[in-house]
Design a protein around this ligand. Structure first.
Ligand SMILES: [Zn+2]
Length: 603
C-alpha cells in the first residue's frame, strides 16, 4: 500500500509495476536472453534497440539513448509530469491511494455502506432472474442449472435505464453513494442510469463472502456492446486483488486448486463437481492474488489454466513465476480438445477433465513447449534458437531437477530438433565455442547472435578477447551502477587494466561522470556508439548488476583483470625465454621474474 497517509511512494509504485507488461502495452517485446527487446517508441526505430530488464525494472534504447524506470517510461510516452506519471502508474497497478488526507473512519463507513449496497443489489438482480424468461433461457443454453445459479448468486439486470436506481431511490439511498459504489453512473445530461442493463449478472464475492463487485455478461449474440462489463474499482474492489469463486473453493478438500480466466469456466467446473476452481478475472495473476492463494492453499498444487492463445501463454508464465516466487507449488494445464473448460465440459465428463489435469506441466516443461511453438523445427535457425533456449532454461534449474528434465526434454524434442541429453546439459551456447560446432548430424549451421539477430558481430575479436572485453565492460557497468565504489578505488591504476582502447575511453567518461555525479546507474550512461553500447548492454543485461552488488562485483572483476594482466605478462616472459636468440643472462633473469610472478599469483 501507499504510506500511512495513503500517499504514494515511488518505491511502492515501482515495486508493484512489471516493466515488461507495462512496455508491452506500447510496443511488442520479444524475450532475448534474460531481457526483452523491441522497437523503441521514442525514435524511428528499424532494428529493435529498446532493451528492457524485468528484474532491474529498467529500459534503455541503445539508439536514441533514452532510458530509465517505469515512471520515466510513462513520463515520456504519455507526456506527463513525474507526479502525474506516478499516479498514472499507481492506477495501472491498482494501488490504493488518496491525493490528500482521508480520515480512516470515513473510509470505513464508506466501505461498509458499499458492501451492504452490493448485497442488496445482488438480491435485487437475483429476484429479477426468477422472472426473466430471457435470462433463464440463456442459462439453459449455457447449461447452467438452477442450483448452480443459486450457489453463485447469479442474477439479471433488467432491460431498463434505471430499474436499480429507482429501487434504491425509493429506499432513500443517496445518489452520491450509488455512484461511489459504481452501481449507477451520471450521463452527460446529468441523469443517473444503471451501470448494468439487460445482462446476466455475476456477483463477485471476496474470500469471506461479501459481495464486492459485479460482472455482467450480455446475452445477445450480436450485441454491439462489450461481452462483459465489470464494476469499476471502488474502495472495496480493486482489480487483481481477488479471486472469483474463492469463497466456495476454499471449502474444497482437494489437494489441488485450478485457476481459470473467467466466470463461466469457473462455474462450469464447479457444476461438474470440480469444486477447487477459482477465476483470476483477467489474465495477469498478481502478487496479491498469489498471497490470497497462499493463505488458503499453501500446501496444495496450484494449477494455472488460462486460454491457449499467446497472450494467455505469456500471462501464464508471468503468473506462474509470481506464484512460484512466493513459495507455491505451481503447474500449468493445457486443455486439448476444446478452447476452454466450459466448452470441454459440455462434451466430456469430470473424469475426462481430471485425467487431463493430472498431466499438467511444470514451469520448465511449459517454457520448453512454448519455445517449441515459437521455433518450429522447420529451419536450422529455429532449431538453434530452440536448443539455445532450452539450454538456458535448463541451466537455471536446480541441480535436483536436472536429471529428470534432461530426460524429459530430450525424449520430447530431441529427435525432432536433433539433439541429445549431452547437448542440453552443455554449458555453452550453440553459437559459441568449438564443442558444439561439431554437430554436423544436426545440419546446424554455425551462426553468431550478438545483440539482435539481424546485427552482425563485426568486432573481429577472438572468443578469448571477447571474454576479456566483456569483463572490462562489466567493471565499467559496476562503476556506473555504484559510483561510490569507484570513488573508493580511484587512486589505484585502474585505467591501465583495460586492455582495449575502447574501454579505456569509456572508462575516462565513466570516471568523470562518477566524480561529477552525472552518472547514476547504468541507464544514465551516455551513448558510446552503437557497437560499444550494444556490448555494454549485453554485459549489463547478462549480469544484471545492481548497485548493491556492484562492490563485490568490482573486486571480482578487478581480480580477474589483474590476473589477466599477469597472465599476459607471464606469456610474454615465456615467449622471450623460449626464443633461441635471447642471451643466457637475460634468460636467467626472466626465469626468476617468471617464478616471482607465478608465486605472487598463487596468493
Ligand atoms: Zn530510441
Amino acid at each position: 500500500m501507499a504510506d500511512k497517509q495513503g500517499r504514494l511512494t515511488q518505491e511502492e509504485v515501482l515495486s508493484r509495476v512489471n516493466i515488461v507488461s507495462l512496455i508491452s502495452e506500447f510496443v511488442p517485446l520479444k524475450k532475448q536472453g534474460a531481457n526483452y527487446v523491441g522497437l523503441c517508441p521514442f525514435h524511428a526505430d528499424r532494428n529493435p534497440s529498446l532493451f528492457v530488464s524485468e528484474s532491474k525494472g529498467i529500459f534503455k534504447c541503445f539508439a536514441c539513448g533514452v532510458g530509465g524506470n517505469a515512471i520515466r517510461f510513462i513520463e515520456l510516452s504519455e507526456k506527463l509530469s513525474y507526479v502525474d506519471a506516478l499516479y498514472n502508474l499507481a492506477d495501472r497497478a491498482g494501488i490504493k491511494y488518496t491525493r490528500g488526507i482521508e480520515r480512516d473512519e470515513q473510509t470505513t463507513r464508506l466501505r461498509n455502506d458499499i458492501r451492504s449496497l452490493n448485497k442488496e443489489t445482488a438480491k435485487f438482480y437475483f429476484e429479477q432472474l426468477k422472472t426473466s424468461r430471457k435470462a433463464q433461457e440463456y442459462l439453459k443454453t449455457r447449461g447452467i442449472t438452477a442450483d448452480t445459479a443459486t450457489k453463485f448468486g447469479l442474477g439479471y439486470s433488467p432491460d431498463s435505464w434505471d430499474a436499480l436506481y429507482k429501487y434504491f431511490k425509493s429506499g432513500g439511498v443517496q445518489d452520491d453513494l450509488l455512484i461511489k459504489a459504481g452501481l449507477v453512473s451520471k450521463t452527460d445530461k446529468g441523469n443517473l442510469i444503471d451501470r448494468f442493463r439487460d445482462r446476466l449478472m455475476f456477483p463477485i464475492f471476496d474470500d469471506i463472502g461479501n459481495v464486492i463487485a459485479f460482472g455482467g455478461r450480455t446475452m445477445d449474440k450480436d450485441a454491439k456492446t462489450a461481452k462483459y462489463i465489470n464494476s469499476q474499482e471502488t474502495p472495496i474492489y480493486i482489480k487483481g486483488q481477488h479471486l472469483y469463486g474463492l469463497n466456495i473453493a476454499k471449502k474444497s478438500v482437494s489437494d489441488k486448486v485450478i485457476i481459470v480466466e473467467g466466470y463461466m469456466d469457473c462455474i462450469a467446473l464447479h457444476q461438474k463437481g470440480i469444486d477447487f476452481a477459482v477465476a483470476a478475472l483477467g489474465t495477469a495473476l498478481t502478487e496479491k492474488q498469489g498471497r490470497l492463494l497462499k493463505r488458503y492453499f499453501e500446501k496444495r498444487e496450484i494449477i494455472v489454466a488460462f486460454d491457449n492463445d499467446s497472450a494467455g501463454a505469456q500471462a501464464t508464465v508471468r503468473g506462474m513465476e509470481i506464484l512460484k516466487n512466493i513459495g507455491l507449488s505451481v503447474k500449468v494445464f493445457r486443455l486439448t480438445g476444446a478452447k476452454d473448460a466450459d466448452e470441454f465440459l459440455k462434451t466430456h465428463t469430470k473424469d475426462d477433465f481430471l485425467e487431463q489435469l493430472s498431466h499438467s506441466y511444470s514451469l520448465f516443461e511449459y517454457k520448453c513447449i512454448l519455445a517449441a511453438e515459437e521455433n518450429p523445427a522447420d529451419t536450422n535457425e529455429h532449431k538453434i534458437d530452440f536448443i539455445n533456449k532450452v539450454k538456458s532454461l535448463f541451466a537455471q534449474l536446480p541441480d535436483t531437477d536436472k536429471l529428470v528434465y534432461k530426460k524429459w526434454v530430450t525424449e520430447k524434442f530431441g529427435k525432432q530438433y536433433g539433439f541429445g541429453e549431452d547437448t542440453v546439459a552443455g554449458s555453452q551456447s550453440l553459437n559459441q565455442g568449438k564443442a558444439d560446432r561439431e554437430e554436423p548430424s544436426n545440419g546446424i549451421i554455425q551462426r553468431r547472435i550478438y545483440i539482435s539477430d539481424d546485427e552482425k558481430d563485426d568486432s573481429g575479436l577472438s572468443e578469448a578477447d571477447k571474454k576479456k572485453d566483456f569483463n572490462e565492460k562489466r567493471l565499467l557497468i559496476c562503476f556506473a551502477e555504484n559510483p561510490g565504489v569507484y570513488k573508493t578505488l580511484k587512486n589505484k591504476d585502474i585505467r591501465g587494466l583495460f586492455t582495449f582502447e575502447e574501454n579505456r575511453l569509456i572508462f575516462d567518461i565513466v570516471s568523470e561522470g562518477c566524480e561529477s555525479g552525472e552518472i547514476k546507474g547504468f541507464s544514465s550512461l551516455p551513448s558510446f556508439g552503437a557497437a560499444a553500447d550494444n556490448r555494454l548492454a549485453e554485459a549489463q543485461f547478462k549480469y544484471d548488476i545492481k548497485p548493491s552488488d556492484a562492490k563485490a562485483s568490482v573486486s571480482e572483476m578487478l581480480q580477474k583483470l589483474y590476473n589477466a594482466a599477469k597472465d599476459a605478462e607471464l606469456d610474454r616472459i615465456q615467449k622471450e625465454i623460449d626464443n633461441p636468440s635471447t642471451p643466457k643472462e637475460r634468460k636467467i633473469e626472466l626465469v626468476k621474474k617468471f617464478a616471482a610472478l607465478k608465486k605472487k599469483q598463487k596468493k
